[in-house]
Design a protein around this ligand. Sequence first.
Ligand SMILES: [Zn+2]
Ligand SMILES: [Zn+2]
Length: 186
Amino acid sequence: MELLKRAGEFHGDICGGIVMGTKLAIYGMETMGMTPGEKDKRLIVFTEIDRCISDAILSVTRTSLGKKSLKPMGYGKFAATFVNIDTGEAIRVIDLGANKKDMEEEEDETVEELIERIAKTPAEDLFEIQKVSVKIDKNDLPGKPLEIATCANCGEVVMDGKHHLLGGRAYCTSCFSGSYYKILDE
Ligand SMILES: [Zn+2]
Ligand SMILES: [Zn+2]
């Protein structure tokens, strides 16, 4: 309950996604032999969706973008993968309810009712766990930066091996393969 409250505070409110994400993250960490709500240096989490559920996963697992322990994958799927970087053990946890095509029966449920129902339901009935293996590039692991380059075109610094080599020179992704932004003329 404390973890749910904390996730709600982080997210802004306790919505359905926060309820499910909190339970999912607790289940994931416990299955990995870790303590939910506590930072664990061995843990890297891949979240697959940019929605409420991922805020709860972030809050419960204490992972962060800045520590390189949280990897948002943007797959648009209700699942997250927990990796122990010491042992290589990894599990992908899938929210079964969010994957049901027929969600009508729960449509009228209030958040309070949802919290109660989820608290009473065993995690095994709500989520599926897949044992997986995840290859993580050494540049994507937490710790000191291994590779730093400067883009030969725009002159900006590119960290963590994210540069592209062409004709022996380093380029940033924007200059190499196009960017998500377009610079406007002043
Ligand atoms: Zn929400
Ligand atoms: Zn560049």
